[in-house]
Design a protein around this ligand. Structure first.
Ligand code: GLU
Length: 525
């Protein structure tokens, strides 16, 4: 369908929102919803609003709100109105606008579109259980809907607890989902639903409807799991004479087992991915494809290109499977895009976190320099006590830039640079059929060659020039195999089965440490 046919898209008129409840960390599902709303708003020069739905005081926590805000910002998803920056349609925290809801709850009570229900939780629960036991969808039976005003006054005077219920009219409710087309509900199956615990405590459906109206939201773009709420919200809009926004329900995100993605599928919170060393560019690129596909072969999309290419016609209906291998692939791609300096900057926090290095502060720099991986900062190597500069750490980490999938891998890959003593089994030094004697010969050869190189010449090129010809000569049982020299060389320097090549590693370590490690390797034999 050509864009012009989407008459609901009027550039400059779009107002979308996300409305998280601060009852948990920012997770992939919410971040994906935020991204799609953001892209849609940006594409049509609209506004993207952040609203915090914190009317459930017991479950809401300002720490979660901070996490949501901080990590959305980290991802580069920006809102033009929100609790942190204000705007013309605030407040943007539901807890700060309770009188606004009270006004509408009262209006619904006065017009008899809502009534007070005095049924106890136990009574309701028993009825719910019964309905389910006979295979029916539980819904309120309307017991309190016919109470007279005298009865209500009396019960209130007695201090009986009540909630406010919407008097659901007996009619079919249908709406056009921009993705799924017409969706119809029989309101009989919905029953009279709660809209407030009391005047000061609105419940979700009422608060959303009031906010979407007052904030002039044009399009509600949210997860498919909210489809059952939409008819309730539409009925409330009708009763309150509010216009209806457009609706678009995004497909569910599924785990590899094709069930709804949840914590049991592993990492879930954006903060966890961030800690593991996924880059925001990679997560954004990855999330954009969770339910949207521009078609074609291209996989790499930066935020600006997503804004340009995004279209709701290309959102899919079926569930979007979360494939962590794809995220790793994208992350590796964006890691390789970084300049060496930028890469070092983002890796160093992981070296610090692993305790391999500690920022060596001048007292007046503390604390502002902490975490500021600037070029002048010096670091103390925990394992040796020596002081090193940014450049030294950069030379180490760039050896792994090509192969890294996530930043947190960097400490384990590079720890041997920072430890004075390596721990490995002497068997690791052995290449193919080599025994202790052959290894010792190789190590002796290396020691001799390297001793003759000047310290300032101990770089990759010169080492290769001196060592490779020797390596070509070496072999066992009549066949030449340079592994007999190069493998023990690399293991002696790194203590690892896999690592960067020995010449690069030797260059960073420097002559003195290289010789020390070769001698230590000999002592193991
Ligand atoms: N507070 C709801 C949630 O976190 C918002 C749903 C909506 O977007 O209407 O799921």
């Amino acid at each position: 369908m050509p864009l012009d046919d989407f008459k609901f898209i009027r550039p400059g008129k779009i107002r979308v929102r996300i409305a998280p409840s601060p009852t948990g960390l920012l997770h992939i599902g919410l971040a994906r919803t935020a991204l799609f709303n953001y892209l849609f708003a940006k594409k049509y020069q609209g506004n993207f609003v952040l609203r915090i739905e914190d009317t459930d005081i017991e479950r809401s926590d300002s720490g979660f709100e901070e996490d949501i805000i901080e990590n959305l910002q980290w991802l580069g998803i920006e809102w033009s109105e929100g609790p942190d920056i204000g705007g013309n349609f605030g407040p943007y925290r539901q807890s700060e606008k309770l009188p606004a809801y009270a006004k509408y709850i009262e209006k619904l009570l006065n017009t008899e579109s809502a009534y007070r229900c005095f049924c106890s939780e136990d009574e309701l629960e028993a009825k719910r259980q019964y309905a389910m036991s006979i295979g029916q969808q539980p819904r309120y039976n309307g017991k309190c809907s016919q109470l007279s005003s005298d009865e209500i006054r009396k019960l209130l005077a007695e201090g009986k607890k009540s909630i406010v219920r919407f008097r659901t009219p007996n009619e079919k409710v249908s709406f056009k989902d921009l993705l799924r087309g017409k969706i119809e509900f029989d309101s009989n199956l919905i029953g009279d639903f709660g809209i407030a615990k009391d005047l000061a405590t609105p419940l979700y459906n009422l608060a959303v409807v009031v906010d979407d109206f007052e904030m002039k939201i044009s399009h509600v773009i949210r997860g498919e799991d909210h489809i059952p709420n939409t008819p309730k919200q539409i009925l409330l809009q009708k009763a309150l004479e509010f216009p209806r926004p457009e609706y678009l329900h995004l497909p569910l995100i599924l785990g590899p087992d094709r069930s709804k993605l949840s914590k049991r599928h592993g990492a879930f919170a954006i903060a966890d991915y961030r800690k593991e060393g996924y880059l925001p560019e990679a997560i954004i690129n990855f999330m954009a494809f969770l339910g949207w596909n521009p078609g074609g072969e291209r996989e790499i999309y930066s935020m600006p290109s997503l804004i340009k290419e995004f279209s709701i016609e290309r959102i899919q209906k079926g569930g979007a499977v979360f494939n962590v291998r794809r995220l790793d692939f994208l992350n590796g791609f964006y890691i390789r895009q970084k300049s060496a300096e930028k890469f070092a900057e983002i890796c160093i926090p992981y070296l610090i976190e692993a305790g391999l290095v500690v920022p060596a502060f001048k007292s007046e720099q503390y604390p502002p320099a902490y975490g500021g991986m600037n070029l002048t900062q010096t670091y103390k190597v925990s394992g040796t006590g020596e002081e090193v500069n940014f450049n030294y750490l950069q030379n180490i980490v760039v050896l792994y830039q090509e192969r890294l999938k996530k930043l947190s891998e960097i400490s384990e890959l590079t720890d041997f640079f920072f430890n004075d003593k390596l721990e490995y089994n002497k068997e690791l030094l052995k290449w193919k059929e080599a025994g202790d004697r052959e290894i010792e010969d190789s190590l002796n050869k290396l020691e001799k060659i390297i001793s003759e190189i000047k310290a300032e010449d101990c770089n990759k090129e010169i080492l290769e020039e001196k060592i490779l010809p020797e390596a070509e000569k070496i072999g066992l049982s009549g066949t030449k195999d340079r592994g007999y020299l190069l493998w023990p060389f690399r293991v002696a320097l790194t203590g690892k089965e896999a690592s960067a090549g020995p010449f690069e590693v030797a260059e960073v370590l420097g002559k003195e440490k290289v010789l020390k490690r070769i001698r230590e390797a000999k002592e193991r034999l």
